[in-house]
Write a new protein. Structure first.
Length: 77
């Protein structure tokens, strides 16, 4: 396996060192951190807003959708 040398600031190295799991290499840690960011599932966002806020957002989106449909119809007439 090929290797590369990276230059990082001391504070970044300290962050990596503090967060590295036991028996984990820095490469494995970086892979773990970066792969987490790309593999979010919808369930990870559950509960991020209240049901009330969600309902309000839904109403606004439905209203905007209706406005867009009406606008689209007037443009094509």
């Amino acid at each position: 396996m090929a290797t590369k040398t990276l230059t990082i600031m001391d504070d970044v190295y300290d962050l990596l060192l503090r967060n590295k799991l036991e028996d984990e290499s820095f490469s494995e840690e970086i892979r773990r951190i970066l792969s987490k960011k790309k593999s979010k599932k919808l369930i990870d966002y559950y509960g991020i807003i209240s049901h009330k806020d969600g309902d309000e957002i839904k109403l606004v989106l439905e209203k905007k959708r209706e406005e867009n449909i009406k606008l689209k119809k007037t443009r094509y007439l």
